[in-house]
Design a protein around this ligand. Structure first.
Ligand code: SF4
Ligand code: SF4
Length: 408
């Protein structure tokens, strides 16, 4: 039958692959399994075979696509600049269109309903927290159960919808603050630190009340309709700000890719999107945020794939840690995926667990007991696999903590 949607991988995207294999050593799922079908090249060949009508979009094809983390480490080394992330989103859209009855109903409920509603997410989190203290969670498979251990305690919302937090010192612009879905409920301390540091960087911080989930999980899951809807709503919500500030690397990567989901308006929107580490690093470099002279010790740095491979941001979180008085300790110069990858830990628990365990080992070998990670999913994965004795925080939280200590 071939492809049936306008979001399918295009011939130009798939045929750009020259089958050189340079991406294979960079692909976490190929490294774990050694299987060609679990490599970028193998996945592109499977897409090509569907386009040529040689194979159908069936369970076998779904298995090849679903095992991909969408970490995009393959894009960084590809000499032919294959837009693998876009092609994979197209393949996921085809799976959703051609195999709607697979497990996608439950996924749609989770992605479209629970994550899209802060109230429902709070209730679901409360249920999980109660379940953690009872037998309910203990009867879940151990690999799935470990994921719940990574959730931070739920706190009151830090970024109040409709609020403006005024710049401290010289005002340089107006930043629209992305509250996200899980960030707002599970990571309100990260939001509080990000807003405080943006104020110190000279931004008036506004929290548009009409904003919604960025749509990254919906896009990864092939839900084209929802992804369009969410993108179009955010483009309008953030129309009147100079920059769009986001403190979740996964959300930022998707917000920078709105041209695929909201046309020209989306492309213009994406040009104003910055990860919080970029904005704070700029403020440090230009002297708007002073550097601490206190030596606060080592911090292991974990690079989220959507920061390092997709947004190509490597230096900014390290500069922030140094400005806060910490010494960043490298744990993985190649920035391999930790296995969190959106809902991957729920949908592919075995592979996710192996990658999470390997990343935790890298942290242990660093001998640092504080880890800086700029993405909520990675943070939860690390906490699940490291267990007690480690603190996992966003780099901007460490800077905000240092600024408050230095102010005393
Ligand atoms: S590096 Fe690029 S061109 Fe080479 S096999 Fe991988 S995807 Fe294809
Ligand atoms: S996105 Fe990541 S997991 Fe998927 S093929 Fe590329 S390197 Fe492998």
């Amino acid at each position: 039958m071939g492809w049936v949607t306008e979001h399918a991988p295009t011939g130009a995207e798939v045929n750009a692959c020259v089958r050189c294999g340079l991406c294979l050593p960079e692909c976490p799922t190929f490294r774990l399994t050694g299987k060609e079908s679990f490599s970028p090249r193998g996945r592109l060949m499977a897409m090509s075979a569907v386009a040529d009508g040689v194979v159908e979009v069936d369970e076998s094809f779904a298995g090849i696509m679903d095992s991909c983390l969408q970490c995009r480490a393959c894009e960084v080394v590809c000499p032919s600049l294959v837009p693998f992330g876009r092609a994979m989103e197209g393949a996921r859209a085809e799976l959703a269109a051609q195999m709607p009855s697979r497990t996608r109903t439950a996924r749609h409920l989770l992605v479209g309903r629970v994550l899209g509603s802060p109230g429902l997410l709070r209730m679901a989190t409360l249920a999980v927290k109660v379940g953690q203290k009872t037998r309910v969670v203990r009867v879940l498979p151990s690999l799935l159960r470990s994921g719940f251990a990574g959730i931070r305690p739920v706190k009151p919302v830090a970024a109040q919808p409709g609020s403006t937090y005024r710049a401290l010192g010289q005002r340089i612009g107006r930043a629209g603050f992305v509250t996200g879905c899980v960030m707002d409920v599970w990571f309100s301390d990260v939001h509080a630190a990000s807003i405080a540091m943006l104020q110190r960087a000279g931004y008036d911080v506004v929290v548009p009340a009409t904003q919604t989930c960025c749509g990254a999980l919906a896009a990864h899951d092939g839900d084209v309709k929802d992804t369009h809807r969410l993108a179009e709503r955010n483009v309008v919500a953030f129309a009147n700000v100079d920059v769009v500030a986001v403190d979740s690397a996964g959300c930022g990567a998707h917000l920078k890719d709105y041209k695929h989901w909201a046309g020209q308006a989306g492309e213009l929107f994406s040009k104003r999107v910055f990860d919080i580490t970029e904005l704070i690093d700029q403020a440090i470099t230009s002297g708007r945020i002073p550097k601490s002279s206190v030596d606060r010790g080592p911090v292991a740095i974990q690079d989220p794939c959507h920061l390092r491979h997709v947004q190509r941001i490597v230096d900014a979180p390290r500069n922030i840690l140094r400005a806060a008085g910490y010494s960043p300790v490298e744990i993985d110069p190649d920035g391999r995926c930790c296995g969190a990858a959106g809902m991957y830990s729920l949908l592919q628990p075995e592979l996710s667990h192996q990658l999470g365990a390997a990343k935790a080992d890298q942290v242990r070998q660093s001998h640092a007991n504080v880890v800086a990670s700029a993405n909520p999913g990675c943070e939860m994965q690390l906490r699940s696999h490291l267990g007690k004795g480690y603190e996992i925080v966003h780099p901007v939280e460490l800077l905000w903590r240092a600024v408050q200590e230095d102010d005393r």
